[in-house]
Design a protein around this ligand. Structure first.
Ligand code: GRF
Length: 221
């Protein structure tokens, strides 16, 4: 087997996606190693999760830095010193500067709780409900200079129910995030990802086995 892919995971909050990555690594379904967890928020619960699993954690409070650039330079230096091959944003609530993108070209991924390009930004489950979409889901994508605009690696689609609240929808989407993020990282670790402009192709991936999804379901049409 190839050497484990060296990850740097950036968090700001609960860290449930970090937990899912840790769990998949520990059970052997993700060939990666977390070299460093970085949080910009000292109160992030993800820090506790990382420490429980003996992972190295660094906290960089963004208020302590003169500028966004200075903050990013420190993070870049730390990731490089840890020989990180893939930067995994897992609920990291900061926009990256151009210097960060230059330091890790096509080597930064993010997870977003909506079906991009619909509903980028924040409070997206609320936006999806208010818009009245029948499906939502989550997206893993490469990070580029825009907000949630980079090439899409994998998406998961979920029906929106009439009685969904922001919380119930977010909870169902989060469960799917925990499945597709480790899968996207494993695609990367296996060298299966080909980027062609906006398009990401996964070498040797099967075609989806269902023809279409309907919500509400079709009644005999
Ligand atoms: C997730 O919904 C993710 O899609 C978004 O921020 C949330 C982070 O959750 N980017 P967690 O910290 O991984 O629990």
């Amino acid at each position: 087997m190839a050497d484990p892919l060296k990850l740097g995971v950036l968090i700001s909050g609960s860290g449930s996606n970090l937990q899912s990555i840790i769990d998949h690594i520990e059970k052997g379904s993700l060939n990666a190693i977390i070299k460093i967890v970085i949080s910009n928020n000292p109160d992030a619960y993800g820090i506790t999760r990382a420490k429980k699993h003996g992972l190295p954690v660094l906290i960089f409070k963004h208020e302590d830095f003169k500028s966004r650039e200075d903050f990013d330079l420190e993070v870049i230096k730390t990731l490089q010193n840890n020989h990180v091959q893939l930067v995994v944003l897992a609920g990291f609530m900061r926009i990256l500067t151009a210097a960060f993108l230059r330091a890790f070209p096509q080597r930064i991924i993010n997870i977003h709780p909506a079906l991009l390009p619909a509903f980028p930004g924040t409070h997206v489950q609320k936006q999806a409900l208010e818009y009245g979409v029948k499906f939502s889901g989550c997206t893993v994508h490469f990070v580029d200079g825009g907000v949630d605009t980079g090439p899409i690696i994998i998406q998961s689609v979920l029906p929106v129910h009439d009685d969904d609240t922001e919380e119930t929808l977010a909870a169902r989407i989060l469960k799917e995030e925990h499945r597709i993020y480790p899968q996207a990282i494993q695609f990367y670790a296996d060298g299966k990802i080909e980027i062609d402009g906006r398009k990401v192709k996964i070498k040797s991936a099967n075609k989806t086995s269902f023809p279409a999804l309907h919500n509400p379901p079709l009644a005999g049409y």
